[in-house]
Every structure is written in C-alpha cells, then in structure tokens.
Design a protein around this ligand. Structure first.
Ligand code: TYD
Ligand code: MG
Length: 472
C-alpha cells in the first residue's frame, strides 16, 4: 500500500496514500512511543528498552465523497443477523471451549506462549481436523521450512489433503497468498518472524509486529478468513511480545505449562466471543497433544490414601469447570535471621496474610518457622477460595497431624479469622463427590442446593473451627 520510496498506491478503500518517513523511539516491551531516546520507559518502567524505528506518516486523500462512503456502511442494529458469527470446531473440545465454542469466521486469534511449549503442534492438529472436514487451510510458516513442518505432521500422523503450506516472511506476499488461495482458515507461525516491506525496522520489533498484525486483521475482516497468529512470549525485551497486540486482536489465548512437565494449559486472556475464564488442559505425548478430559484425575495422580501432614486437596474453579488440586505445605525451624516464606503456584502475599491470621487468630507460632507452600502439578491458583486449604496445610504440618482422608477443603479467610463464602460451591462439591471424596469442609450457608449423596458437608464459620473439624 505505502512504499518506502514514496510511491503512491491504492489501498482497500480506494484511498491514495502519500508516504512521509519520520523517526521515533519505541519501547520494545510495552510499545510506548517517544520522539527521542529515553533511558527508562515512563509506561512500564523498563530500562534501555527504547529502539529507534522509522515511522511512515501517510496523508490520506479520499477519492469519494465522504457522504456516500459512510451511508453504505451504516446499518440498523436490528438488521444485523447473528448468523454472521459462524463458528466451526477445531476438533478438540478443550480448544473449542477456550475459544468460546469454536473458531469464529472472520476473526483473528492470537496464540501466545513460550517458545517450545507446543503452539505449532496444537495449531497443526487443529488444521488437520479442519482439513478432514473439508475446510481449506493455509499454514504460513515463517520460522520453519516446509520440510520441518512436514516432519512434524508426520510425527503427528497427519494426512491432510486440504492443508496447504507456505514458507514466507513477507507480510504483503502472505496477504496476496491469503486472497489467492481463498483459504477459510490461515495460520501465521509466528508473527515475530514476519516483516512488512512498508516499514524499515527489523522483523520482531514493535512497529513490525503491529503493522503485520494490523494488516492481517484487515484481511480477516474484509475477506471473512479466520486467522490464527502465533506469537512468542519472551523475557528478552528486544523481541516485541504479544502484549502490544492484545488490544488489536479478537482473542488472545495463552498456552502455558512447564516445559519439563507433560501437561499444558490453554487460557483465554481476552475473548470477544466468549468468556475469559476457561482453561483447556492437554497432555504432550510423543505423537502430539492429547486432550485431558478429566483434569482432576491428572492433578491428583500419586495422591496417597493416607495423606502426609501438610497435604490437602482443594477444589479450585477454572472458568466454568471445577478442578481438584493438591496443595502442600512444609514448615521447619529456621536457620535464617528472618524465616523464609516460599510460595509456588500461589500468590506470595496471600500466603503471608494467611500466616499472619494463623498466628494472631489461631495462636500458632510461626515466627521461627520457615514456611513453604506449593501447588502439586505446576498449576497456578489465584482465587481466594484456596485460602482455607493453604491455612490447613500449614497448620497440619506444624502440628504434625494429618487431615482425615478423602476430605476436600475450600473457603476464603478474612483477617479476623472468619471463613467467607465462595462462588460456585455446588459445582465444586459435585466434582469432589464425582472424584470419590467423602467430606467437604466449606463456608457456612453458601450452598444453594442439596449436596449430592455420598459426600458429607461440614460447614464452618471460623478458622479455629475448621482446623478442629479437619483433624477430627
Ligand atoms: P512446538 O509445537 O514446536 O512448540 P512451539 O511452536 O510452541 O515453539 O513443540 C515443541 C516441543 O514439543 C518440542 O520440544 C517437542 C515436543 N513435541 C512432543 O513432545 N510431541 C510431539 O508430537 C511434537 C510434535 C512435539
Ligand atoms: Mg513453533
């Protein structure tokens, strides 16, 4: 559309652009722009992250009368049919659920994650399913050669007739290919390797990533193609992270997990077509990603019938789905001047607050104890419903007692030691009963329906009461 040499071309709307080049400094971490070099970014406070990039300023000269141009675009809201948001399945229930029920026609989805986590694998598996359903799919590989892609497909046992691949890094060429092939679904792997000839800065810089993403968005909206863009999240500020793209795209999915563990979690960080609380869980196998239908089983794997002291099972709520997870705490006399507090998978300050409540309201002496709290299986828990579980794990470890077997624990703890109600309690209890748990220690009067048979509900309103009832 706009060339660096100032050549005048027409863009989508039949407008002519005259390009003028100016220079600006862009923070590579958050995308903040400044007219000159800054040592520290005023937006994200990172140091030395500014890089000079060329800015193309275009003078837009409309060729139409503005009046007629807008009149055609304006529609009455009642005239818009909802059939336009047509969804199709990716063949993976977990992927579909995180997307809000499947891919939406004409949308742009950003799939972000650490390098090597399995983004290409996930998308390739979805492509294979779509192709087997008769959908034309184009996989643009900007990082790997088509042979590398083929070898991954072979490892995944994929034989997809309708899947075409293109090894290309030029955004303009990719746009042409999308228009020519008329593919319904396009994958761009990855956005950091794409460069737009309209911009002088190097591939992977904020300006490049933004420009490329913008042009794919335009294609998605004008042609109705669904585009999945893969983006790497890196700790290194020199490569623009997907953070700068979040506001432009329709949905941002985060693929996360520990590279050394097998399971992976797919989360919706933003979704214009569904809820953002959903989590999809996968297992990385030798021949690709396998959906985990019953994640509680996975997280409770290796759980002993007679649990050790300091170990509890809680029910956390991820989106619309309750999940059973084991929490462990370890306390021991400290050899440091100030005792250590370590939290893995839980917010550190939350653990400090719970320790303070245990000391003041229950009378436990933790001032000379190191306290370690961790979530088994590498899961991250951010909700306050885990408070009571954390407190009981610490208390039972300190007193060297065990919780009665087959008990689940949930509840939020207030600063005065009271147990506060939590959301979705009924669904959490149903999940615990389904997994064979016999007792649930829960906040008082927060159940809205009758408990399922086979599980005893113990309601508590104070932390001291919960500790007495849990130890039995
Ligand atoms: P990949 O999808 O290439 O990751 P990304 O695109 O996010 O960088 O997957 C990388 C890792 O997954 C790699 O270390 C090998 C492993 N893997 C498997 O364990 N099983 C498989 O079937 C495949 C294809 C990959
Ligand atoms: Mg990849």
């Amino acid at each position: 559309m706009i060339s660096m040499t100032g050549v005048v071309r027409q863009n989508y709307w039949g407008l002519t652009n005259m390009a003028k080049i100016k220079s600006k400094w862009v923070c590579q971490k958050c995308g903040y722009e400044a007219p000159g070099y800054l040592g520290k970014c005023p937006e994200c406070s990172s140091w030395g992250s500014f890089v000079e990039e060329a800015e193309v300023v275009s003078k837009v000269q409309p060729q139409h009368e503005n009046k007629t141009f807008f009149e055609n675009d304006i529609q009455k809201i009642n005239d818009i049919s909802l059939d336009e948001t047509f969804r199709f399945s990716t063949g993976m229930e977990e992927f579909d659920r995180v997307l809000g029920g499947g891919l939406v026609e004409g949308s742009l989805v950003l799939l972000a994650g650490d390098p090597g986590i399995g983004k290409s694998t996930l998308v390739l598996q979805a492509c294979a399913y779509l192709s087997s359903n008769g959908t034309d799919v184009l996989y643009v590989s900007a990082e790997e050669s088509t042979r590398q892609l083929k070898s991954r497909a072979k490892r995944l046992n994929i034989n997809a007739e309708k899947l075409s691949v293109l090894s290309q890094t030029n955004a303009e060429e990719i746009k042409n290919a999308i228009v020519q092939t008329k593919a319904k679904v396009v994958v761009i792997d990855s956005i950091q390797a794409i460069y737009s000839p309209n911009i002088t800065s190097s591939a992977g810089s904020v300006s490049q990533v933004r420009e490329a993403c913008n042009s794919f968005m335009e294609i998605a909206k004008t042609t109705g193609t669904t585009i999945i863009v893969i983006g790497h999240v890196t700790k290194d500020g020199t490569i623009a992270g997907p953070r700068v793209l979040e506001h432009m795209v329709d949905a941002v999915l985060q693929f996360e997990g520990d590279k050394y563990k097998l399971f992976r979690m797919l989360r919706a960080v933003k979704n214009r077509f569904g809820s953002t609380n959903e989590v999809g869980i996968f297992n990385m196998k030798d021949n690709g990603l396998e959906e985990v239908q019953n994640p509680s089983e996975l997280f409770l794997e290796g759980l002993q019938n007679n649990m050790a002291s300091g170990s509890v099972v809680i029910v956390t709520n991820e989106g619309t789905r309750p999940l059973l997870v084991e929490l462990q705490a370890l306390t021991g006399f400290t050899s440091y001047p100030a005792p250590r507090r370590v939290a893995t998978g839980i917010e550190y300050n939350r653990v400090l607050q719970i320790i303070a409540v245990l000391e003041r309201r229950v009378g436990l002496n933790l001032s000379k104890q190191d306290v370690y709290v961790s979530v088994v299986g590498g899961m991250e828990i951010n909700e306050p419903a885990a408070d009571l579980g954390i407190a009981l794990a610490i208390a039972t470890c300190l007193r060297n007692v065990t919780i009665e077997p087959s008990t689940v624990i949930m509840g939020e703890i207030g600063l005065s030691g009271e147990i506060r109600p939590i959301n979705q309690l009924d669904a959490r209890i149903r999940e615990a009963a389904k997994m064979g748990f016999k007792k649930a220690i829960v906040p008082k009067s927060s159940m809205s329906s009758k408990a399922p048979t086979g599980i005893e509900i113990i309601e508590v309103s104070k932390l001291t009461e919960a500790i007495t009832k849990a130890i039995g």
